[in-house]
Ligand binder design. Structure first.
Ligand code: PLP
Length: 329
């Protein structure tokens, strides 16, 4: 911000571009390609990856998003992520900028323009710009944006030593907002900040009936003493694409005898902390073992064998499964 004793200039177009570039040198990012329906194409200069301030996604949170991974030059499980995106759009009363196939095509082409072989694709749908009201402007075009970036990175020790979580003091979102992937992540952000402030890695939401919910941007699951993989019901948390896929892949562990069953049901915190293993699951973290929850040690305090086996199954599926799309670089 300019000091209060300097005069405020009215900027020319070139000043704005220069300032946007300067911002990026101060806050380096590795965003490699960005599509915007408002710009009408793809840009690769991060300084130009912008959204108008009056877009209702910015000032009212009237927008949704989703994230899929790029693994060895292929997009993993995009159709599941797009399916969830469309459900979120419908619940949020957002108009679509085109067909599902149009959006899928734009996502794949933006990934190709990025040249990135391993990373993440995040895409958003907004109700569009036009005013600072609540209702979308009658003639507003929905905004569709796609960003290609290296993906979220977690500490290596999450894998080797496991993750430590706390029960958040922040209330869980009401079910409608929890199952919809909107840009309103304030409770999730506050939960993660609170956990870091208190020396934990992340938090866990508990619902009003005392049932386990989810973490900030990840699901949680458990392995009971009877070797049952138990996942919370998806009616009050986000339907994680990774969790849903792992619930299918885990059948292989039932066949091999490592698990006796796979179940989706309500889990009380008392049952949960007594589990043999607790898992953190999501597109960014994949599968990590949770070894401590509040003051409770989970299992023997080390990431367990089911967490390792599920990570292996997931990585195999990402390398050579049937849910991969080749990126036409
Ligand atoms: C709140 C929340 N729960 C769970 C997940 C895990 O979902 P996925 O496996 O699709 O990444 C995410 C990630 O998007 C999330 O934001």
């Amino acid at each position: 911000m300019p000091a209060s004793n300097t005069s405020l200039r009215v900027l020319a177009d070139a000043d704005v571009i220069a300032q946007l570039r300067a911002l990026r040198t101060k806050q380096p990012v590795r965003f490699t390609a960005f599509y915007s329906s408002q710009l009408g194409g793809i840009v690769t200069d991060p300084a130009l990856m912008v959204i108008p301030f009056d877009d209702h996604m910015v000032h009212r949170g009237h927008g949704i998003f989703d994230t899929a991974g790029i693994v060895n030059g292929r997009i993993y499980d995009l159709d599941a992520h797009l399916g969830r995106f469309l459900k979120s759009a419908e619940r949020s009363k957002l108009k679509l900028p085109g067909t599902r196939d149009d959006m899928r095509d734009i996502i794949i082409k933006t990934a190709a323009a990025s040249g990135l072989k391993n990373g993440s694709i995040r895409y958003w749908l907004s109700s569009g710009p036009g005013n600072l009201d609540l209702m979308p402007v009658a003639a507003a075009e929905p905004g569709f944006f796609v960003m290609i970036f290296p993906g979220l990175v977690y500490p290596e020790k999450w894998k080797t030593e496991g993750v430590r979580v706390m029960t958040t003091t922040y209330p869980i979102k009401p079910p409608l907002y929890a199952i919809t992937k909107t840009t309103n992540y304030l409770p999730n952000v506050l939960m993660q900040m609170e956990a870091k402030e208190k020396g934990f890695d992340n938090g866990v939401f508990i619902d009003h009936d005392g049932h386990v919910g989810e973490s900030s941007n990840m699901n949680v699951a458990f392995v009971s003493h009877e070797n049952v993989l138990v996942h919370p019901k998806f009616d009050h948390i986000l339907s994680g694409c990774t969790s849903l896929r792992l619930l299918e892949l885990a059948q292989k562990l039932v066949k091999s005898g490592q698990l006796t069953d796979v179940r989706v049901s309500d889990i009380t915190m008392k049952e949960a902390v007594a589990a043999k293993e607790m898992l953190l699951i999501g597109s960014s973290v994949k599968v990590a073992g949770i070894v401590q929850w509040d003051s409770h040690t989970i299992g023997n305090g080390k990431p367990g064998p089911v967490s390792r086996a599920l990570l292996q199954l997931l990585e195999e599926d990402m390398r050579s499964g049937d849910r991969l799309i080749d990126v036409p670089y």
